[in-house]
Design a protein around this ligand. Structure first.
Ligand code: PRT
Ligand code: ZN
Length: 284
């Protein structure tokens, strides 16, 4: 039987969350420091690689799928298909200049030198903005470049912004936003595509569950219709009689942010004893 081969970052910011995504889909893989590992309970084999190598491996069909940041997917520009955004490793690729520089707009970079590990994304951005700047490609510690006179500005990944701050830089433009994604090779065999579809189905169930909450409340019978209209749930709410005459228990599913929007209306309609619980998996 064929196995789905997934490329995962060996050690870095994406590693733990990548394994966690699989684990939430019921697929257990151990990263024991080896290059390869097999899942115990799904036809899947993991390859542990540097994130920069993942697009090439997937494009060349050495791996069928992979998990990596959108920033690397776009920078490497290989033939891979983005199947799903995964919601972790959120960051942005930004331009930054020295704190004391009087920055105006992107034209400030005209004729300047920018240090980056993302020359492809940066040159496309500069072209779109009609700015001529020279790009100094460096592979690490980009943030020290202005301080040592290697460049006037940087284009680097920012998360909290503290690295820029401690290096005397200020963020001036967002070039792109990024998060982790699941990519696949564009030409999978029918068998492998079927395995990928199973994995995507599980991911969907996990993501739906994360965005929704199970809600239980007690409601006076006279207000059940109005309360049900506020909490339509997946099809319609479940309503069970309480032992106390004239009252019912209503169970439904609600998006977390929508819950906060309707809470006052629920209370206004006489709802009591409202419980909001996490959902483990949700299949629509
Ligand atoms: O060894 P390998 O090549 O596999 O790993 P790597 O060192 O290239 O990548 P890694 O593990 O650092 O990051 C992997 C991915 O995580 C990136 O491609 C991004 O998609 C995402 N990500 C999320 C980040 C950050 N947040 C992040 N903060 N990648 C890097 N950083 C660095 C950034 O380069 C800068 O040095 O953290 C610093 C900025 O952080 P703040 O919080 O100070 O702003
Ligand atoms: Zn890397």
């Amino acid at each position: 039987m064929s196995k789905l081969r997934i490329a995962i970052q060996k050690s870095g910011r994406l590693s733990a969350d990548s394994l966690n995504v699989l684990s939430e889909c019921g697929i257990r893989v151990k990263n024991g420091g080896k290059l390869k590992a097999e899942a115990a309970n799904f036809p899947l084999e993991a390859l542990f690689l540097r994130d920069d190598d993942i697009p090439q491996y997937v494009a060349d069909n050495v791996a069928d799928i992979g998990i990596l940041g959108q920033n690397v997917v776009i920078e490497k520009a290989k033939n891979v298909v983005v199947q799903k955004t995964l919601g972790f490793s959120k960051c942005r690729l930004s331009l930054a200049v020295k704190r004391e520089d009087e920055y105006t707009n992107t034209s400030w970079f005209e004729g300047k030198k920018i240090a980056t590990s993302y020359p492809v994304i940066l040159s496309k951005y500069l072209q779109e903005k009609g700015v001529n700047a020279s790009i100094e490609e460096i592979s690490g510690s980009v943030e020290i470049a202005p301080g040592i006179g290697l460049a006037d500005g940087v284009c680097d990944i920012v998360s909290t912004g503290s690295t820029l701050l401690t290096n005397g830089l200020k963020e001036v433009e967002t070039v792109m936003k990024s998060e982790a994604v699941l990519v696949s090779s564009p030409n999978l065999s029918t068998e492998k595509q079927a395995l990928l579809d199973q994995l995507l189905f599980r991911l969907e169930a996990v993501q739906n569950a994360q965005q929704n909450k199970y809600i239980l409340l007690n409601a006076p019978n006279a207000k059940l219709n109005e309360i049900s209209a506020l909490l339509p749930g997946m099809k319609s709410p479940t309503i069970l009689p309480l032992a106390q005459e004239g009252w019912s228990s209503l169970h439904s599913v609600v998006k977390e942010d929508e819950f906060w929007e309707v809470i006052d209306q629920l209370k206004g309609l006489g709802a009591q004893g409202i419980l909001v619980c996490p959902i483990e998996k949700m299949i629509l």
